[in-house]
Design a binder for this molecule. Structure first.
Ligand code: AMP
Length: 279
């Protein structure tokens, strides 16, 4: 596996791969890799000749009050995991190699990015879109794989790709969970045993919502109220619990099975978890 820290060197290497006719896949990550990330890399390997994994804790998607400095970083382990699943290149830039000191250009999606995570974190998706657009320009992948875990992120990226004519196919990979249902996340490392046990209420609430829809429930407000009550009872206080149209992310009254999703974000002890399910 090749490793790169320079955007120009990675770009030159990817361009050489393209000239050889190879299909390139990109998996953007912030590192501290777990099975969720590895499933994305494996999926990219199935669909592409060459897979590039970026590992970059992107400062521009964190607000000043968020956990940028404390975000877990495990580069050596990450490289071993990438090698283990057959990644062809890993890209580990520093903030200084990614952003000129006087960088003054942003990529911002201005509709889907406003609600849900965007309401809580108003500059988050601007940082995500900007770094992903930069990665797309550096790597020029044919395919990029993102996780359903960050449901809104995939929708925002797809919109950016459509609106800016990036010739890239975006794949949404399913959520990987621990055996007890907790969605895998680099931030799970922060959970105390009690908080982790209580956090099972999030995935349970989502499973119950999906089961209720399968049994005929269509009332979005009733589904939200039940999920909200269940997580609150466990001490995980919702920022939002929202049933939405899975394409437009707009809140809906009536679930349309196969075209709706429930998204939630909850806080406890200064920690914040997100999870979701298609309905
Ligand atoms: P992150 O390192 O948190 O920025 O995540 C990098 C990519 O991995 C994003 O596309 C995430 O949606 C995806 N991802 C994170 N956790 C999971 C998971 N549990 N299952 C599937 N994909 C995930």
């Amino acid at each position: 596996m090749e490793t790169f820290t320079s955007p120009d060197e990675l770009h030159a290497w990817c361009a050489a791969q393209k000239r050889l006719g190879r299909v390139i896949g990109l998996v953007p990550t912030m590192g501290s890799l777990h099975e969720g990330h590895l499933s994305l890399i494996r999926l990219a390997k199935e669909k592409c000749d060459i897979v590039v994994v970026s590992i970059f804790v992107n400062p521009t998607q964190f607000a000043p009050n968020e956990d940028y400095a404390a975000y877990p970083r495990h580069e050596e382990d990450d490289l071993a995991l990438c090698r283990g699943v057959g990644a062809d290149a890993a890209y580990l830039p520093t903030p200084a190699t990614m952003y000129a000191e006087d960088a003054s250009t942003w990529v911002a999606e201005t509709l889907l990015a406003k609600t849900l995570e965007g309401a809580e974190r108003p500059t988050h998706f601007r940082g995500v879109c900007t770094v992903v657009a930069k990665l797309f320009n550096i790597v020029q992948p044919d395919i990029a794989v993102f996780g359903q875990k960050d449901f809104q992120q995939v929708a925002v990226i797809r919109r950016m790709v459509r609106d800016l004519n990036f010739p890239i196919q975006i794949i949404r990979a399913p959520i990987v969970r621990d055996p007890d249902g907790l969605a895998k996340s680099s931030r799970n490392a922060y959970l105390t045993p009690d908080a982790r046990e209580a956090a099972l209420s999030l995935s349970r609430a989502l499973r119950e919502a999906a089961a209720a829809v399968a049994a005929g429930e269509r009332d979005a407000r009733r589904l939200e109220a039940a999920a909200r009550a269940a997580t609150t009872a466990s001490g995980w206080i919702p920022d939002y619990v929202q049933v939405i149209d899975a394409e437009t992310l707009t809140p809906i009254q009536t679930v349309l099975p196969g075209a709706s999703a429930m998204l939630l974000a909850c806080r406890r002890d200064g920690l914040r978890l997100i999870d979701n399910t298609l309905l």
